[in-house]
Design a protein. Structure first.
Lengths: 445, 784
């Protein structure tokens, strides 16, 4: 249930800014390094503004507007386009620690990296991104082209973040290897022939070759390298790391690859839309549980009851800025848990009722405090989590079967004893008086 | 016959009888008043509050019964206890206490007396102690006479051994159980004495009440069969015994099975087999007696005896066989621990960890019984002098209870009534002897006893030796008219001979007033000091609620340390209602009762594994404990820490039990020796072992403790050890609350890191520590 709160908060903020496209709000702070011209990224920023975002620009050194004021995140999204700024260039409120705090407060982050050693480099490590040493950009000699070898065209593969196939994009910057954090969502991976090298010249090629021979240890190369990676935090906020800021530039957006216009512009829009929680945002509207043939939930269930659990799931539609019922999840699961899941079953979409998932099962023959647990974690989607606590109790004293057939010997015993007692009493009372006296006298002896 | 002092001669016997009965009633009323009043120290010194641990649960259960009625209570499933297992309360408790309070509550409300249920619970134990005094009076009256009964009532009314469990606020099963115990025994003796099925059924009824009220009912279940068996062995089988026992056993067993917690135990566990066996034996013997009265043939009788013996052996073998087959549950660990005091420590640490299950220290016999413990053996010997059936009972009771009281502190409670009874018998015999104005004539006495000695009738011997119209003597003689078995006759002859020779050998001067007064003043002085002792012990040792602690200010005034309630109310006010609190099981009932929050384990120690889980979490390092805490949805961890104040009952002192209990379940992960220094010392200072220092319990106890001393040397006042300057750090828990005197400390369990890191790393990052550079994971070498 707790996980619903950010969503509710989102709903509130949504009602305030109903024209926004994002599900969490429209205010965006762009921290732009003064050395970078805003006009160089006009296509990207214009696209955001066209989508209804309210951009506020600020240099890293500026104090105002603050990112967090009075313990409250002032912006819904923060774009950090200051890849080469060293720590003195940042004001107090932008530190790796405060950025993590921002994420905890539900603010989405879009961060651009560079090949230089900056505070962001150490922050990236917290997201399980393993950056190569400073000054080692991505290098690829294929395909043959007229640009330097550090400006690389990369094919975009379709993934949850990029739903439709796009032409290759231009990339220039640092790659990163992925740690084993399951929250990472790779969005753009390097081409197989590319690698990270400390020079754009080929003088270090031998060293690269040697490293490859050693089995790739400590070596940044190949298609497993990430260039753009998303990160879905447990709290619901999203962060996206981009290896080079040029990806968003007007120059790359208009540059062609083999005569076709590069895919940079739609790709950047897709990345922004995912990061700002426009796309792939689900939420659980409500959960309900009740016994079969009843409609209202019970405070407790009895063991072996048949119980129906249903959940209403919505998906955010950025076109209409509205939550719409969503029945497209085929692998939603429900667990009925006490310490361990006693029952794990698939929660099936109900035909005819959009957004509703339902399952009926028999409560286990075990009393205790159980939880209906809905835990849906898929790469690229936000996480659906719902926990409903419900005690399962043994039958009440009057819910047991009243007469048992195996107990007939006992019933017979009780009845025969009762009858025997009656007969004996009758005989005793109506019996001969004299005999009674006799027995009395015998007793007194 | 000469008299030592003048008796009024113009009083009719009826007046004497009436006056003495009025005096008895007044005395009993005063005794009841004294019994109740002496238990109110706790209320006056502190307040009207429920004490200790178990009473808190009883109180909570009683509130349910008062608010929702009996059926809801019967079906009560408590989801907040033993989270997440829950507890079927209706089927796992003895409901007698709560039902009693519930009935009183409804009665008072029915007559428009809106008394708070808490006050009923607080004052129930003192109220029942008055009833105990009365039932002890009845019991002792059967044994000797009314004056002994009154003495016994006084003794049981104020003896600390019983007060320790029945002060106001000590709302526990024992509060009503001792009354039921004594009254059941009284009914049993009465039934046996007059062969009454009515009293037998009454005994069964109160036995049922006892079964519904206290787990110690097994004591009655075994005492009465033991008594019956002893009587059979003494050749005292009679139709009275048969009637009394059969009516008690049949009705008592059937009704006791109606208590859900007991269920089929009376026919399926070894503890109850003695009663069943004696019941069967009685039927066989009764049958044999019946046949014997109808058949005269010598051969047939011997055949009959053989068959009786055979049937008995067959029955015993059947019980043994059923035990082996598993139809009858074997003896439980608690039972074994009664015979081998080291058993529990080895095999069931959870039982051994309870302080009231420890063997009794000798001084506590004196502290709890004072003068009575010296009179006790004398009283038992006095029982041998008459040795009627009820005296046999008291002797057996005395022997058995003495043993149990030596094994377990808690069972001192069952010894106390019999000590009071026998001490009263001894003391009243002393008073009888020295107050009785009759001065026996030596010659006459000699001749009388000389005539009586060869005869076997005891009643005649007593009555002829004291023809004086003394009421007491007459009563005694009447009461002493026994069914004379062969052994009884022998003993009384011997005692008569002994007493007569004593009397004959003594000079007349002993019967003088001065001697009498010297002895009597001495005796009264003993009684006086007994009262002083009882009052002192009750007010100082047994009236502390232990929820509230008292200390003394320098000026002598009382200072109340109220950390427990402070912390529990903090929980109640500042945490969500569903917040699960983990603590050691001692505090489970209090948390449930005062803080109203779900707990993992509590004083109803029914699930050893669950307790061991808590023990493991407490004794492991943070990294190991965290998944356990998360799995059990723990939000808060509560510990008791006495290091600042010198409160010795804290969790660090109990810590080794947690380790032992956890070790019992996870011997590979938790090992007790790791918590000691290499020299084998249990220390918390710099020299403590690293396992100890890393354990969650240690960290929680001493977290920020050194800061409190502002750079001075931090000292743990309980253990008297100097703490290291730099205290432990916590990564997975946050300090949420620490009470005024640091007795209760509450920690909040952190949620998972939003970035999916482990909390130690996250904490290091938040503190600005640099992380070591990592490299891409090693991949398979590409095939060239």
């Amino acid at each position: 249930m707790l996980s619903l709160w950010p969503l509710l908060a989102a709903l509130v903020s949504l009602s305030i800014s109903s024209y926004a496209k994002s599900s969490t709000g429209d205010s965006v702070l762009v921290v732009l390094d003064p050395s970078l011209q805003r006009d160089n990224f006009s296509i990207f920023f214009k696209g955001l503004e066209a989508n209804g975002y309210d951009l506020t620009f600020r240099a890293p050194k500026d104090v105002q507007p603050a990112v967090i004021q009075d313990d409250h995140a002032e912006f819904s999204h923060v774009i950090l386009f200051a890849p080469e700024a060293k720590s003195p260039c940042y004001s107090q409120d932008i530190t790796p620690q405060s950025l993590v705090t921002l994420l905890e407060k539900g603010t989405n982050l879009l961060v651009a990296l560079s090949t230089k050693q900056t505070p962001l480099t150490s922050l990236a490590a917290e997201f399980s991104l393993i950056l190569p040493p400073a000054g080692t950009p991505l290098v690829s000699h294929f395909p043959e082209r007229d640009t330097p070898s550090t400006v690389v065209p990369v094919n975009v593969s379709v993934n949850p973040v990029v739903p439709s196939s796009l032409p290759p994009v231009w990339f220039s910057g640092t790659p990163f290897a992925f740690g084993n954090n399951p929250l990472l969502v790779p969005i753009l991976n390097a081409s197989p022939e590319s690698f990270a090298a400390d020079s754009d010249r080929d003088s270090g090629a031998d060293a690269v070759y040697d490293a490859a021979e050693k089995g790739g240890e400590g070596f940044w190369a190949g298609s497993s390298l990430g260039l753009v990676a998303g990160f879905q935090t447990l709290g619901g906020a999203r962060a996206t790391w981009v290896g080079g800021i040029e990806l968003f530039s007007d120059e790359y957006a208009e540059k062609t690859i083999g005569g076709i216009k590069s895919g940079n512009e739609p790709f950047a829009a897709d990345v922004a839309s995912w990061t700002f929680q426009e796309s792939n945002v689900l939420r659980i509207e409500s959960v309900a549980h009740h016994r079969v043939n009843e409609t209202l939930p019970r405070e407790t269930y009895t063991i072996n009851d048949h119980v129906t659990f249903s959940a209403q799931v919505s998906k955010y539609n950025p076109e209409t800025s509205a939550w719409e019922p969503y029945s497209g999840i085929s692998d939603l699961q429900l667990e009925f848990t006490m310490l361990d899941p006693h029952i794990r079953t698939s929660l099936i979409p109900v035909p005819g009722e959009p957004g509703k998932y339902s399952v009926t099962f028999r409560v286990p023959d075990r009393h205790g405090v159980f939880k209906f647990v809905l835990d849906y974690k898929r790469k690229g989607w936000n996480f659906l989590e719902s926990t409903t606590v419900v005690p399962v109790v043994p039958p009440r004293h009057d819910e047991y079967p009243r007469f048992l057939s195996p107990a007939w010997p006992y019933y017979a015993g009780a009845i025969s004893t009762s009858i025997g007692f009656l007969v004996f009493s009758a005989l005793w009372l109506t019996g001969d008086n004299q005999e009674q006296k006799k027995s009395k006298s015998a007793k007194s002896e | 016959m000469p008299f030592a002092y003048q008796l009024p001669s113009d009083v009719s016997p009826a007046t004497v009888a009436n006056t003495s009965s009025l005096l008895r009633i007044i005395a009993l009323a005063l005794i009841s008043g004294a019994a109740i009043a002496s238990r109110l120290f706790a209320v006056i010194n502190f307040e009207s509050i429920i004490h200790e641990f178990d009473p808190w649960f009883n109180y909570r259960a009683t509130k349910v019964i008062a608010e929702k009625g009996f059926y809801e209570f019967w079906n009560w499933f408590d989801p907040t206890a033993w989270y997440p297992l829950g507890r079927v309360v209706g089927g796992t408790i003895y409901p007698g206490l709560m039902a009693t309070s519930g009935v009183i509550y409804s009665l008072l409300h029915a007559i428009n007396l809106p008394v708070d249920i808490r006050n009923i619970c607080v004052l129930l134990a003192p109220g029942f102690s008055a009833l105990t005094a009365w039932s002890t009076y009845m019991f002792t009256k059967e044994l000797k006479d009314e004056s002994a009964g009154l003495l016994a009532a006084v003794f049981i009314g104020i003896v600390p051994g019983y007060i320790s469990r029945s002060v106001a606020g000590s709302y526990d099963n024992e509060a009503i159980a001792i009354f039921l115990l004594m009254f059941t025994f009284f009914c049993w003796i009465k039934a046996l004495k007059i062969g009454s099925a009515f009293y037998g059924s009454l005994a069964a009824l109160f036995y049922f009440y006892m079964v519904a009220a206290w787990g110690g009912y097994a004591f009655i279940t075994n005492m009465i069969p033991l008594h019956a068996f002893a009587l059979i062995l003494m050749g005292r089988f009679s139709s009275r015994l048969y009637v009394a026992y059969s009516s008690w056993y049949a009705i008592g067993t059937l009704s006791s099975m109606q208590v859900p917690f007991v269920g089929f135990q009376p026919v399926r566990t070894s503890e109850h087999m003695a009663a069943l066996g004696v019941f069967g034996l009685l039927q066989i013997i009764a049958f044999a007696e019946l046949v014997r009265t109808h058949v005269s043939s010598k051969q047939f009788q011997s055949l009959l005896y053989a068959s009786v013996v055979g049937m008995g052996i067959t029955g015993a073998l059947a019980i043994i066989g059923l035990t082996y087959k598993g139809w009858i549950a074997p003896w439980t660990g608690r039972f074994y621990s009664l015979w081998d005091t080291g058993y529990a420590k080895k095999y069931i640490p959870i039982i051994a960890s309870v302080s009231e299950h420890q063997p009794t220290a000798w001084p506590s016999f004196f502290m709890d019984l004072q003068l009575l413990i010296f009179l006790f053996p004398a009283g038992v010997i006095m029982c041998f002098r008459q040795l009627r059936d009820e005296h046999v009972f008291v002797i057996i009771y005395a022997v058995v209870a003495s043993y149990f009281a030596g094994v377990m502190v808690r069972l001192m409670l069952t010894l106390t009534p019999v000590v009071c009874v026998t001490a009263a018998v001894a003391f009243s015999s002393l008073l009888d002897t020295y107050i009785d104005p009759a001065e026996p004539d030596v010659l006459e006495d000699d001749s009388n006893t000389g005539q009586d000695a060869p005869t076997s009738g005891t009643s005649t011997a007593v009555s002829t030796s004291s023809p004086a119209p003394s009421l007491k003597k007459a009563k005694k003689a009447a009461a002493a008219a026994p069914p004379a078995g062969p052994l009884d006759g022998l003993v009384s002859t011997v005692t008569a001979a002994v007493s007569s020779s004593k009397k004959a050998g003594k000079p007349r001067g002993v019967f003088g007033l001065d001697t009498r007064i010297a002895v009597l003043i001495n005796a009264l002085g003993m009684l006086f000091f007994f009262v002083m002792h009882c009052t002192y012990v009750t007010s100082t040792a047994y009236s502390s609620p232990s929820v509230v602690l008292a200390s003394t200010n320098p000026d002598g005034s009382q200072h109340i340390i109220d950390d427990f309630r402070e912390a529990y109310y903090w929980l109640r006010q500042n945490t969500p209602e569903t917040a699960v609190v983990m603590s050691w099981w001692d505090y489970g009932y209090q948390i449930a009762g005062m803080a109203d929050r779900p707990t993992l384990v509590d004083n109803n120690t029914w699930n050893n594994t669950h307790i061991a889980t808590v023990g493991k979490a407490m004794s492991s390092s943070e990294e190991v404990a965290y998944p356990i805490l998360r799995k059990h949805d723990v939000d808060y961890v509560l510990i008791i820490f006495g290091g600042l104040l010198g409160y010795s009952g804290d969790d660090i002192n109990k810590f080794l039990w947690m380790v032992r209990i956890a070790q019992g379940v996870w011997p590979d992960e938790i090992q007790e020796p790791n918590y000691f220094t290499p020299k084998g010392e249990y220390r918390v200072d710099e020299a403590a072992s690293s396992t100890m220092k890393n354990s969650l319990m240690y960290k929680m106890s001493y977290y920020r403790f050194a800061e409190l001393f502002g750079g001075n040397q931090a000292v743990d006042r309980v253990r008297g050890q100097q703490m290291p300057k730099v205290g432990p750090t916590l990564d997975y828990l946050d300090e949420a609350f620490t009470s005024e005197n640091w007795i209760v400390r509450i920690y909040q369990v952190k949620k998972d890191d939003p970035l999916g890191r482990d909390l130690k790393t996250a904490n290091a990052f938040a503190q600005g520590k640099k992380r070591k550079r990592s490299k891409p994971q090693v991949r398979r070498k590409a095939v060239s």
